[in-house]
Design a protein around this ligand. Structure first.
Ligand SMILES: NC(=O)c1ccc[n+]([C@@H]2O[C@H](COP(=O)([O-])OP(=O)(O)OC[C@H]3O[C@@H](n4cnc5c(N)ncnc54)[C@H](OP(=O)(O)O)[C@@H]3O)[C@@H](O)[C@H]2O)c1
Length: 308
């Protein structure tokens, strides 16, 4: 099977490429810029989602049977600042990918977001009503609509993605660990809940979905529903830092361009039922996996005086 992974240089895409290769699938990584030198090697296709011809050319060269579309403008505040670009990448770009999948008769797995919900009635199931609160979410939902037109496609909504890969942008846990390593307190919202998801675990679950026969919308996320404050305290504990460095705040105290939904935890029962080989990790388990990966890469935790 020939697999094209868009966004193959991002956090999730790097993990999907690595795992698909380990599964013995002939895998191609696509993005605008080539991967970081220390990233796992994979054949690379230049791809710009804002350019239909570029998408078509990548499909012509790879001729994929399966496309895992992780590429996106995924920085929520950047989307709010540059809405035209966000629409071009996330909505139109996904439409071009869906069109090309139709032409090449390829199965498509599109990665979407918990932010399609407004957070007033979480946790959410797949069939619950969507109501995006920001540009990022609107553009991702438009992508979902394009994907829904295909006969052989999955929309996989995920949440609060974290993990480490070479050359990626930061995420909640990397930001937190950086602050804690410097002994700085870290503010975390008590009124913003979700289903934090380790990128490695998500990649495994996406591949399990991709090689199956299911179609339609699936929630694919970590097994623990929690608010940011409690999750950050847990992360501090797992990484050997003082959890009291995490300071509870209300999300209204954080000034950011894009509105965030309050509770967008995702119910993952449908995934568990239909794809038993997908194994969503609980938050502690997932953080322990990340701690194993980061051993030797992070500054040593500062221990309280009595523990030295
Ligand atoms: N991060 C989260 O908390 C979160 C939560 C829910 C859902 N998601 C979804 O999960 C997916 C993966 O997120 P991530 O955090 O792994 O993203 P990421 O690390 O920011 O990676 C994004 C990838 O998309 C590529 N890309 C961006 N603009 C492009 C363009 N115009 N043409 C082609 N490629 C482009 C980037 O490479 P180049 O810049 O080199 O092109 C990069 O490979 C996204 O679809 C996102 O919407 C993320």
């Amino acid at each position: 099977m020939r697999v094209l992974v868009t966004g193959g240089t991002g956090l999730l895409g790097t993990k999907v490429v690595e795992l698909a290769q380990r599964r013995g699938l002939e895998t191609f990584s696509a993005a605008r810029r080539p991967p970081a030198p220390e990233a796992p090697p994979a054949p690379f296709m230049p791809l710009d989602l804002t350019n239909r011809a570029s998408v078509q050319a990548a499909f012509e060269r790879v001729r994929p049977n399966l496309v895992i579309h992780t590429a996106a403008m995924a920085d929520v505040d950047a989307c709010e600042r540059e809405p035209e670009l966000a629409w071009a990448v996330n909505a139109e770009g996904t439409t071009y990918v869906a069109e090309a999948c139709r032409v090449h008769d390829a199965r498509l797995v599109y990665v979407s977001t918990d932010y399609v919900f407004d957070g007033t009635a979480g946790p959410y199931r797949e069939e619950d009503a969507t109501n995006p609160l920001n540009v990022y979410a609107e553009t991702k939902l438009a992508g979902e609509r394009a994907v829904a037109m295909l006969p052989n496609a999955i929309t996989a909504r995920t949440a609060v993605l974290y993990g480490w890969a070479p050359g990626i942008r930061s995420n909640l846990v990397l930001w937190l660990l950086d602050r804690l390593a410097r002994g700085e307190p870290a503010p975390a919202a008590t009124d913003q809940a979700g289903s934090p998801t380790l990128a490695d675990n998500l990649a495994e679950m996406l591949i399990a979905l991709a090689v199956g026969r299911q179609t339609g919308v699936y929630h694919v996320a970590g097994a623990t529903m929690t608010d940011r404050y409690r999750f950050c305290r847990l992360a501090a504990e797992v990484f050997g830092y003082d959890p009291d460095l995490i300071r509870p705040i209300r999300s209204a105290e954080i000034s950011r361009p894009a509105r965030r939904p309050a509770n967008v935890a995702l119910v993952i029962d449908k995934l568990r039922r239909d794809v038993p080989e997908a194994r969503p990790l609980a938050a502690r388990e997932a953080l322990e996996v990340l701690r194993g990966q980061l051993t030797g890469r992070l500054p040593r935790p500062r221990l309280p005086d009595g523990d030295r």
